[in-house]
Design a protein around this ligand. Structure first.
Ligand SMILES: [Zn+2]
Length: 228
């Protein structure tokens, strides 16, 4: 077992992915009749509200946690598959190439662009500036190349630039307060700069799609990337 990151620890305390099974809730609400009014002030991810709505009840749901409210809205709002596809396409057009380019090299076999597994970094001294990318591990389905290949001088330079580039889009800069055993932390300490820049670009693209149920759907998917 490797060392757990702050995000790993937080995801254990993130309760919303384990929703109550809808069948069990159907049983719980067996006495609920059409037109009854149900109040759920701790709505979590919204499955009790959904079960009550299925019974024909009217529901007032809320939660102190804005993530719970978001997840409940995503679960309960009707959404058109066509609109979801269109919004997904919009997000992909905006950021897919930009994000993928941060994780690709030219294949040593066929010179086509391929995604790499990871870089191999070496240390020449104690300073941060003395750590440099030495090689890349990659596999190519087009020509069959698989293995670790030393980087050329210009490739190494390009990877250093990518790994040091500041995110162009918003990310939380405030210190996140610790809870229980989790100490306070900064979001930017939890990711490499390259990953942080990519996540910030993705969130920016999601927040730019029109304010429909679909935007909230993609926001909830983004949250699930951070708390798998
Ligand atoms: Zn290749």
């Amino acid at each position: 077992m490797g060392k757990k990151t702050v995000l790993d620890q937080l995801s254990y305390s993130f309760p919303y992915w384990e929703k109550s099974p809808i069948d069990a809730l159907d049983l719980l609400f067996s006495d609920v009749k059409t037109g009854d009014l149900i109040l759920d002030p701790f709505c979590g991810a919204g499955s009790p509200a959904l079960a009550a709505l299925k019974k024909g009840a009217r529901v007032i749901a809320g939660d102190l946690n804005p993530i719970a409210v978001l997840l409940t809205r995503v679960l309960l709002q009707p959404m058109g598959l066509f609109a979801v596809r269109e919004d997904f396409q919009r997000i992909r057009d905006a950021v897919a190439d930009k994000i993928q380019d941060r994780y690709t090299i030219l294949c040593p076999g066929c010179r086509k662009k391929i995604g790499f597994e990871h870089l191999v970094w070496k240390r020449a001294g104690d300073k941060e500036s003395e750590i440099y990318p030495d090689a890349v591990k990659a596999g190519c389905i087009k020509c069959g190349f698989k293995g670790v290949k030393p980087l050329t001088g210009s490739q190494a330079k390009q990877q250093v630039t990518l790994s040091q580039a500041a995110p162009e889009n918003w990310f939380p800069r405030k210190k996140i307060q610790g809870i229980g055993k989790i100490q306070s932390f900064y979001v930017h300490d939890q990711f490499t700069r390259r990953n942080l820049a990519s996540l910030a670009d993705l969130l920016h693209a999601i927040n730019r799609i029109p304010p429909t149920g679909s935007r909230e759907l993609f926001q909830s998917v983004f949250i699930s990337i951070l708390f798998p």
